[in-house]
Ligand binder design. Structure first.
Ligand code: DX5
Ligand code: ZN
Length: 226
């Protein structure tokens, strides 16, 4: 089943509870939280204290996308704050297996994120322990960027491996997912659709989320009530 994950990066940070509630009314089922450290990516956003406040504002799962160096140092704090899913970048984790074990040991669902230039094959041996693989369809750091088309080939390749190996990890896509790209992303095989600017960009989060989800479900061949 396809799910919409509103990314609060494009929400109003002074009104996060209000914006998250609107996206939830529109059908968002997981909240995507972008954590940036100004080192791994050229931007700074938020950390565990904001996750802790979000935890009180919504009962939806919180999907924390860590764009940070030294993820291991912060995993306990995100768990404590109430994060549910943690995605770490392949490019930022030299001891990826250890990092994933830490995430699992702290009771959260582990995911790995791949930058546009990183091939999906690098994850082959570790796929059985993953809850999700996140394919970046922009270079991480900012909302509102243009979708990179070859991400679709990566999604297809990953979906093929998943089917061949009989695995259950979810395929998530992040960056430039909007009205003009969402159908292709779903048809390529993604089921977790992150959208920031397309949901929160114009202050109409509820309507935008509803429309995006409708388009995604149509592309997946799912009924609106699903
Ligand atoms: C970018 C972030 C994304 C961002 C996507 O580094 O990881 O989650 O919010 O934004 P849009 O949907 O605006 O491309
Ligand atoms: Zn993200």
């Amino acid at each position: 089943m396809v799910e919409l994950l509103p990314s609060i990066l494009s929400a109003d940070f002074a009104n996060l509870a209000r914006d998250v509630a609107a996206a939830e009314r529109g059908g968002g089922t997981v909240i995507h939280v972008d954590v940036m450290d100004g080192h791994f990516v050229p931007n700074i956003t938020l950390g565990p204290p904001v996750v802790k406040s979000l935890r009180k504002a919504t009962s939806l799962p919180l999907d924390c996308h860590l764009m940070i160096e030294n993820a291991n140092e912060f995993i306990p704090a995100f768990a404590e704050a109430g994060a549910n899913w943690i995605g770490v970048h392949y490019e930022a984790c030299p001891h990826l297996h250890r990092t994933l074990e830490m995430i699992i040991d702290h009771g959260m669902k582990p995911g790995v994120v791949l930058n546009p230039a990183t091939r999906v094959q690098v994850l082959y041996d570790i796929l059985p322990m993953l809850h999700h693989v996140l394919i970046m369809s922009v270079n991480p750091g900012f909302g509102g960027q243009k979708f990179i088309p070859f991400a679709l080939d990566k999604i297809r390749r990953l979906a093929k491996i998943r089917a061949e190996e009989g695995l259950a990890f979810r395929i998530e896509v992040d960056g430039g997912v909007a009205h003009d790209t969402i159908a292709q992303v779903v048809q390529a095989g993604a089921d977790l659709l992150v959208a920031g600017n397309a949901v929160f960009g114009d202050g109409k989060a509820e309507e935008n989320a509803r429309e995006l989800l409708k388009a995604a479900r149509a592309a997946a061949g799912e009924s609106a009530a699903a």
